[in-house]
Design a protein around this ligand. Structure first.
Ligand code: AMP
Length: 213
């Protein structure tokens, strides 16, 4: 199964990807997590990406396309994968097609801008493995500690309200057109991302995936 999770920042892509990844036994590939690791390690890509990320802007397509093409060649991707946060532009989607990567389904998690701004306030992420938490809807078992790996949880710099608003603008301008791109290819499935619990959203995604077959 090759799947894309599309949606604004904070729609729940990372949380749903983590669940689906276990259920479907395929890896999640998050360019955001790859970039944050590169920033932390101070690699050339990390140094290039940092200013864009801090400003809530997109990292240039050429950088992202290089990262994703390299990652998809790794052995764990042979049975499929879930893309979380990529592609984010038409150019990235076209580059994936040109590389021969075709998808079974593209799930668009629909959440209003107002709900996103509220949600991002309580978001925490693991500095080590990137697993997302939320102080109200998905609290860790021990405060400030990742359930998955024991890493420290932090509030992301780019989750500040003013940066979230910038990221939402970028989403509407650059990423949302991908819905039409994949609709034309018969792959788009929209799923409400703010109607119920995390589990209910997972069930809605699973129903959409069944319908895709
Ligand atoms: P995310 O964790 O997916 O919200 O990504 C955090 C930040 O990393 C974004 O705000 C962008 O600056 C950058 N980023 C992640 N994925 C991409 C992508 N596919 N294209 C461009 N920039 C990206």
């Amino acid at each position: 199964m090759k799947l894309i999770l599309l949606g604004p920042p904070g729609a729940g892509k990372g949380t749903q990807a983590e669940i689906l990844s276990k259920d479907l036994a395929i890896p999640t590939i998050s360019t955001g997590n790859i970039l944050r690791a590169a920033v932390k390690a101070g690699t050339p890509i990390g140094r290039k990406a940092k200013a864009f990320m801090d400003a809530g802007k997109l990292v240039p397509d050429a950088v992202i396309i290089g990262i994703i093409r390299e990652r998809l060649e790794e052995a764990d991707c042979t049975n499929g994968f879930i893309l979380d946060g990529v592609p984010r532009t038409i150019a990235q989607a076209e580059a994936l097609e040109e590389a021969g990567v075709l998808f079974d389904a593209v799930i668009s998690l629909e959440v209003s801008d107002e709900a996103i701004v509220k949600r991002m306030d309580g978001r925490r992420v693991c500095t080590h493995c990137g697993t997302p938490f939320h102080v109200e809807t998905k609290p860790p078992k021990a405060e400030g500690v990742c359930d998955a790996c024991g890493g420290a949880l932090i509030e992301r710099d780019d989750d500040k309200p003013e940066t979230v608003r910038a990221r939402l603008t970028v989403y509407h301008e650059e990423t949302e057109p991908l819905k039409h791109f994949y609709e034309k290819r018969g792959k788009l499935r929209t799923v409400p991302g703010d109607l119920g619990t995390i589990e209910e959203t997972t069930k809605a995604i699973e129903r959409a995936l069944e319908a895709a077959h």
